[in-house]
Design a protein around this ligand. Structure first.
Ligand code: ARG
Length: 284
């Protein structure tokens, strides 16, 4: 959304301030959510309490709806316990979607089910070459640019392919800590100037790139990074986070954002938080 602001002298000027508003998201009910294999360090020796997971997920849905985000649901499938992590299914821009090419065999079958859903909603479906891995949790769209993590789930060369498909500059960042295997676990862009990040998740060169990308770059304390604070959702000066009130939430409040907290501890056992559980299908 672009705002007209009034200068002190009274002259109206056009302010290029982009406020991200999510209009619609897609989620997958956690009917079959479970830990049946281990593809990231979080999943080691964990068991899900399905009832608690369901209640946490319902609270997330309710919070999104109260923030005027329309919610769509995809039918969960038996044998696909990670299908709840909708963010990983692709990257969406203007009703086109670049589908994921999952790194691990266990998650590959999710793509067909999501592709069918996108088809029913008349999305333009775009594919990457088979030899390029890509998971949506590695992609953060800032409107005029895309930031893409690589190192664990996405191939370094995927950046170039996405830039060509979406005709948008893509900045690739190298992830080096296996606990932060997707970009959305360690980088949270709040607006075009401000982002939160966990510095040790990135190599030196990528930390420098981030400093150049965001004039206000705020480091998350280790404890909060491991509570997946970065895996939050922001829409129209509001942030839904799985974080208890502390550094992250205080900073957000100082920056003029309203914070809503939803406990997603059952999903964090699998290495995913609030952002991972949603995919924005329509934004402003
Ligand atoms: N267990 C899932 C995996 O390892 C968690 C995915 C979380 N998604 C995310 N966007 N960080 O693939």
């Amino acid at each position: 959304m672009y705002y007209f602001l009034k200068e002190p002298g009274g002259v109206l000027f056009f302010c290029l301030k982009m406020v991200k508003i999510i209009k619609k998201i897609l989620l997958c009910p956690p009917e079959h959510f479970q830990i049946q294999y281990q593809i990231n360090p979080w999943m080691a020796n964990k068991t899900i309490n399905r009832l608690r997971a369901k209640n946490q997920w319902l609270k997330l849905v309710d919070t999104c709806q109260r923030l005027n985000i329309q919610t769509d649901f995809i039918k969960p499938q038996r044998q696909l316990p990670d299908m709840v992590f909708a963010a990983d299914q692709g990257l969406i821009k203007n009703h086109s979607v670049i589908l994921a090419n999952f790194r691990f065999q266990e998650r590959k079958p999710e793509t067909k089910i999501y592709r069918d859903w996108f088809k029913t909603q008349n999305f333009k479906i775009l594919h990457l070459p088979k030899n390029l891995y890509f998971e949506g949790g590695d992609a953060l769209d800032l409107g005029n640019k895309i930031i893409l993590g690589h190192g664990f789930r996405t191939s370094p060369k995927t950046s170039e392919a996405i830039a060509n498909l979406f005709k948008t500059p893509v900045f690739g960042l190298k992830l080096i800590d296996p606990c932060f295997y997707h970009l959305d676990t360690c980088l949270f862009p709040l607006n075009e100037k401000t982002a939160f990040y966990y510095p040790p998740a990135f190599n030196q060169a990528s930390q420098k790139k981030l400093i150049n990308l965001f004039p206000r770059l705020i480091a998350l304390p280790k404890k909060e990074a491991f509570d997946l604070a970065a895996n939050s959702l922001n829409t129209d000066h509001q942030v839904i986070t799985n974080q208890k009130a502390n550094f992250f939430t205080k900073k957000l409040a100082q920056l003029g954002y309203r914070v809503y907290q939803v406990n997603v501890s059952e999903f964090i056992k699998s290495g995913g938080g609030i952002h991972c559980l949603t995919i924005a299908t329509e934004t402003n």
